[in-house]
Ligand binder design. Structure first.
Ligand SMILES: *[C@@H]1O[C@H](CO)[C@@H](O)[C@H](O)[C@H]1NC(C)=O
Ligand SMILES: *[C@@H]1O[C@H](CO)[C@@H](O)[C@H](O)[C@H]1NC(C)=O
Ligand SMILES: *[C@@H]1O[C@H](CO)[C@@H](O)[C@H](O)[C@H]1NC(C)=O
Ligand SMILES: *[C@@H]1O[C@H](CO)[C@@H](O)[C@H](O)[C@H]1NC(C)=O
Length: 397
């Protein structure tokens, strides 16, 4: 073989090897690349849950019932229904407070954002309350103890257990919630910055704090600040607000994502919104174990149709779907008035929970909401989702 031809053959073989390596690399990359969630399957329809004013909604499922609490100011309300869609119509759900505070105490007024939790075999309610005379600045977190969690929480009896034991009573605190991380109880809340002078009532900054609990009413560590409103979209004018923390984990036991979803900016504005703090693992009391998302999870869609100011709610797993429950207003200038409970789907991808960033088109029509989602042809769409909605099973607790 002439030298020239040999040279040519080596070149061709070299090129072939190179191309083969390239092909192998792209096949490997294709196979190993994380599978992106198919966003086109996300339906952003936003379903109305109540026709009544229900700010700071909290919904939980137990004993075959949906339980619903919200901010009512002078009492801790509890609604109860067989299906989450029954809260729309008076007469289809049971109403009645579980607790009304005595007059003229430090916890008699401005009862905000109550939450019902089944913990270690007993019902508990966590609620922020203040003194009528001192107002907002006297808000602290209080606990009520109810009947065993195998029993009807409406039936009681409910007893006032005081502020969370060992919690710093110098700090303003609202929106407390209990989260269980790897078997240990933690308490997360929104507070004014720690270690300020006693008479400093500057309301402009609300941060998120977490502390470990020894039991459902006793703190076992000092609070640690895990989120400060650094981002411009966490602010409204000169107020920087982080509040309404809630635990959220993907239904694969939190393997895809777990962390806190919180609300930010002014709750009185149309720009109130929700954002996430991913729990990266390690010690929840280390601020470095939490990572803030660079882009909000949910806000108004930027058009004039609304809903506006979506925020402050919690998450309910229904069948294999995860629903965000939150309040929002119909009009951009509703302020604190007219905040009503709504629901929109959440899906998970590598970046965490996804809701298409904005509140989707609002409907009261269950068949629109359930379109294309596990709805069989032979049944009326409503009845299938209705069944699904109250067959959450024991997944919640
Ligand atoms: C996401 O929101 C945009 C508007 O911001 C809308 O046009 C689009 O249809 C939505 N997509 C999904 C999958 O919901
Ligand atoms: C009520 O709050 C005040 C501080 O505003 C405190 O000094 C007082 O001890 C509290 N009372 C009770 C019964 O906790
Ligand atoms: C009281 O607390 C809220 C927290 O939701 C805060 O944002 C607000 O500015 C405070 N002031 C009044 C008068 O409500
Ligand atoms: C999403 O919901 C709308 C109703 O707003 C419905 O018309 C549409 O078919 C749904 N899309 C999917 C993919 O389920």
């Amino acid at each position: 073989m002439p030298l020239y031809t040999l040279h040519r053959a080596v070149e061709i073989i070299g090129t072939l090897i190179f191309l083969l390596a390239l092909l192998t690399a792209s096949i490997v990359e294709f196979v190993l690349r994380p599978k992106p969630t198919n966003m086109s399957h996300y339906n952003n329809t936003c379903l109305g849950i109540t026709s009544q004013v229900t700010p700071d909604p909290f919904i939980t499922y137990a004993r075959g019932k949906f339980y619903f609490m919200f901010t009512a100011g002078n009492r801790v309300p509890l609604w109860e229904a067989d299906s989450i869609t029954d809260f729309w119509e008076e007469g289809r759900f049971k109403k009645g407070p579980v607790w009304t505070p005595p007059p003229d105490t430090n916890h008699s007024a401005h009862l905000w954002a109550p939450e019902l939790h089944a913990l270690r075999g007993r019902w508990y309610v966590y609620v922020a309350a203040a003194s009528h005379h001192e107002g907002n600045r006297s808000h602290r977190m209080y606990v009520l103890g109810g009947p065993p969690d195998s029993q009807d929480p409406h039936a009681g009896p409910w007893e006032f257990l005081g502020p969370i034991r060992n919690m710093n009573q110098r700090q303003w605190a609202i929106d407390g919630t209990v989260l269980t991380i790897d078997g240990t109880l933690y308490f997360a809340y929104s507070g004014w910055p720690l270690d300020r002078p006693w008479d400093d009532y500057d309301e402009r900054t609300q941060q998120l704090f977490i502390m470990r609990l020894q039991d459902p009413v006793t703190a076992a560590s000092p609070p640690v600040m895990i989120s400060h409103p650094h981002e411009p979209w966490e602010r409204s004018g000169d107020a920087g607000i982080n509040e309404g923390p809630q635990w959220l984990a993907s239904q694969d036991g939190g393997r895809t994502w777990r962390g806190i979803v919180y609300s930010c900016a002014g709750s009185w504005t149309k720009d109130y919104k929700m954002n996430t703090l991913q729990f990266l693992g390690g010690d929840p009391l280390q601020p470095s174990s939490w990572k803030k998302s660079p882009r909000p999870l949910l806000q108004n869609a930027g058009h004039d149709k609304g809903p506006f100011g979506p925020g402050h709610g919690n998450f309910v797993h229904i069948g294999d779907e995860t629903m965000a429950v939150f309040h929002a207003t119909d009009m951009p200038n509703d302020g604190h008035g007219n905040r009503k409970c709504r629901m929109q789907r959440v899906i998970f991808n590598e970046d965490g929970p996804f809701m298409n960033y904005t509140v989707g088109p609002y409907t009261r029509d269950l068949s629109k909401f359930s379109d294309g989602h596990n709805v069989g042809k032979h049944e009326s769409k409503g009845s299938k989702l209705r069944g699904l909605l109250h067959s959450v099973a024991s997944k919640l607790e």
